[in-house]
Design a protein. Structure first.
Length: 68
């Protein structure tokens, strides 16, 4: 059905006006990792917005030091 709607832009715009996903203001899916879209283990401090797994991969590139 979407393929038929995409051919006709007027019908597609009318369809998307009523059926698009709404913007979330609060809840689980408002904070997502910008790399993998994971919603668990989110780190938003310092404007990072990554999950803990992605943070471990990019920590040294961002400027954090790893202590073992």
């Amino acid at each position: 059905m979407l393929k038929q709607l995409k051919d006709d832009s007027v019908k597609f715009n009318r369809y998307m006006k009523n059926n698009k996903p709404k913007e979330r203001v609060f809840g689980k899916f408002t904070k997502k990792c910008i790399r993998c879209w994971n919603t668990r283990g989110h780190i938003s401090k310092y404007g990072l917005h990554v999950c803990r797994r992605c943070f471990r991969e990019i920590a040294t590139q961002v400027g954090f030091k790893k202590y073992s």
